[in-house]
Design a protein around this ligand. Structure first.
Ligand SMILES: [Fe+2]
Length: 131
């Protein structure tokens, strides 16, 4: 069963879809079932993908990688989002931008996710560091 905020990817056209409501058993695109994109929580490759969440006096900052993730035309962080208390905040990014988002949220209990155009969906630790 599909679950809220679960991400699906089309292997043909590379469309990404997110479940916001409902109980669809299967999503399809281009005549094929879409593939569920599971969250990864630990880096394995040479790039860093796990979102780093920091709470500051300015809000909540999420950056992707101590060494910033590439932001090239074919390989970039497409969005960064945080979820807390039933609300989802998302910033869409483009190649050339920094893999960073600042949200006007002052909670340490946020879940941060980042989506890499090549390596998929990543989730950060449950607690934000206060810096
Ligand atoms: Fe990546």
């Amino acid at each position: 069963m599909a679950q809220k905020l679960r991400i699906y990817w089309c292997p043909v056209c590379e469309t990404v879809a997110e479940i916001l409501h409902g109980r669809s058993l299967e999503l399809a695109c281009c005549g094929l079932p879409m593939i569920r994109v599971d969250e990864k929580a630990a880096d394995r490759g040479k790039e860093e993908h796990v979102p780093i969440v920091e709470r500051t006096v300015a809000g909540t900052t999420v950056r992707v990688g101590d060494t910033p993730h590439p932001m090239d035309i074919l390989h970039y962080v497409a969005w960064i989002e945080i979820v807390l208390e039933g609300k989802c905040y998302r910033e869409f990014l483009k190649p050339g931008q920094r893999p960073l988002a600042l949200f006007d949220v002052w909670s340490q209990d946020v879940v941060a996710r980042a989506y890499c155009s090549v390596h998929g969906l990543w989730v950060g630790p449950a607690k934000a560091a206060f810096v």
